[in-house]
Design a protein around this ligand. Structure first.
Ligand SMILES: [Zn+2]
Length: 361
């Protein structure tokens, strides 16, 4: 399959391509229906492809579209693997489980968040334990998400945000803006006030299908952070932990964590790696977010700010609305031949490394 053929123009096409590739590879599939509908009235689902023994103790688990619109990238990474013929060469005793569109609503509607404006990677926390405060976000809430999108407001808020970053420093900036917040339901990086459908569904799925697993290599595909086309393996496994040491053994020194001084990643207990670890207490989980770069950070953030305004104050069907959605798409999906090729090559490389590590474990 050519790299270009792994990518899809919309959620419905990606879903069909994933199911076709799964069937061709001899995988069994399961569709878990989402209660919502896509913009064309299409059904939405979290689709699961399984290849290998049902009671495998060593499993490669991949997820796409945890951040809806990032599914353009992640879906292709999964399809490339399914279509690449490598499943038939899996070492004995190893299974692969690919979960397509963890957040199908966001993928279909081309939003990064879910049906409740929730950022799922801030939602996998313990909701009974209360919510972390984020005073920095409280302070910036109206500046990040102004009620008007006119040029004057955009320029003034941009100055205010850059001033906050310059005065408080990069760590305070990242903690305020991207760490996550649980107070502003119409804001950015909102973690929600209850476990979302995707959160509950994923946890139940993992418990049901991976009960026999002892070693789980987990890859959650993301896009929109870092150098264009580069796939950075990031993990919330603490620096120095046994899981982090395994990551370095398996994937090399490129793996970054919350504790290694990298400014690209802010500590956050609510990501999907946390959900996999908690759902599989019997297993040793070794998880990464494979994060593919697209545009410069400010371009990505501003695309998110505009799209958030559109959701709460604009009209998605207007010309302005379509432009804003196209801007968000460009912030998370490279769409050039070179970008697509690098996503496919890196995705294949990382999944092959995961399988090799499982085989050696
Ligand atoms: Zn993401």
């Amino acid at each position: 399959m050519r790299p270009d053929d792994c990518f899809s123009p919309d959620y419905g096409s990606a879903r069909r391509r994933f199911l076709d590739a799964s069937a061709a590879a001899g995988a069994t599939t399961e569709a878990i229906a989402h209660p919502g509908r896509g913009p064309g009235g299409e059904a939405l689902a979290m689709d699961v492809a399984w290849f290998g023994p049902a009671d495998a103790e060593r499993v490669l688990l991949t997820c796409s579209a945890t951040h809806g619109i990032e599914g353009f990238c992640g879906s292709a990474g999964q399809i490339a693997w399914l279509a690449g013929g490598r499943l038939r060469e899996l070492p004995p005793g190893i299974a692969c489980m690919a979960v397509h569109a963890v957040n199908p609503y966001g993928f279909a509607w081309q939003r990064r968040v879910n049906e409740d404006n929730v950022d799922l990677n801030r939602n996998f926390i313990d909701h009974a334990a209360g919510y972390p405060e984020n005073a920095g976000y409280d302070e910036l809430a109206e500046t990040l998400c102004p009620r008007s999108l006119d040029e004057e407001t955009l320029a003034a808020t941009q100055r205010a945000l850059e001033a906050f970053e310059a005065e408080r420093g990069p760590t305070a900036w990242l903690n305020a803006v991207v760490k996550g917040q649980y107070r502003h339901a119409d804001g950015l990086f909102y973690g929600g006030r209850a476990a979302a459908w995707s959160n509950r569904t994923l946890r139940a799925l993992l418990g049901r299908r991976l009960g026999a697993a002892r070693q789980v290599a987990y890859i959650d595909f993301h896009s929109g952070l870092g150098p264009s086309g580069y796939g950075e393996p990031m993990s919330s496994h603490p620096y120095g932990s046994a899981a982090f040491r395994r990551l370095r053994d398996w994937y090399g020194d490129e793996v970054t964590s919350t504790g290694d001084g990298s400014m690209n990643f802010v500590e956050n207990d609510g990501d999907s790696i946390n959900a996999v670890v908690e759902s599989l207490p019997q297993a040793e989980v070794t998880g990464i977010c494979l994060e593919f770069g697209t545009l410069p950070e400010w371009d990505v953030l501003n695309a998110m700010r505009r799209e958030n305004w559109l959701q709460f104050h604009g009209d998605r069907e207007s010309r302005q609305g379509r432009d804003i959605v196209a801007g968000l798409r460009a912030a998370f999906y490279g769409e050039t031949p070179a970008w697509k090729r690098s996503i496919v090559e890196r995705s294949l490389e990382m999944q092959a490394k995961a399988v090799a590590a499982l085989a050696a474990s």
